[in-house]
Design a protein around this ligand. Sequence first.
Ligand code: ASC
Length: 154
Amino acid sequence: MRQVLRTTMTLAAAVLAVATALPAAAQFAKPEDAIKYRKAVFTVMGTHFGRVAAMANGRAPFDAKVAADSAEIATAMSTLPYVAFLPGTDKGETRAKPEIWTDFDKVKLLAEKMQAEMVKLNAAAKTGNIDSIKAAVGETGKACKACHDDYRKE
Ligand code: ASC
């Protein structure tokens, strides 16, 4: 029995190693799937960031639990889209500008800035302090906008 368990664990580790080593391209069957995926992630991120921002801006009543839950979801989304900016996914139903693929180092820096601000927003939301949330929403929104300004079509 112990041998079976050991074999199973070894197999599971091998499968995991292969799965995580797969090139990003292999994670999507078609270019459209990568486009759909990143748009879905941005939609969920924007929706949940937007809920926190609405509270910070007084457009929605402050609910600490909703803010904390939404910040957590937005933070989880923030790292996901970038593997989906694969070569060949600049055409189709996307507002991504072609410069993303020629400036990818800059895009990565903007992404990392946004992710860092999102982590701070998540921490602020967990404290439930509306003033900290307001400040963090401002910085996170600026980081979102920085990328949109240069790399998203109208
Ligand atoms: C949002 C949202 C964005 C950002 C951006 C901030 O709520 O969906 O993309 O804020 O507009 O400037």
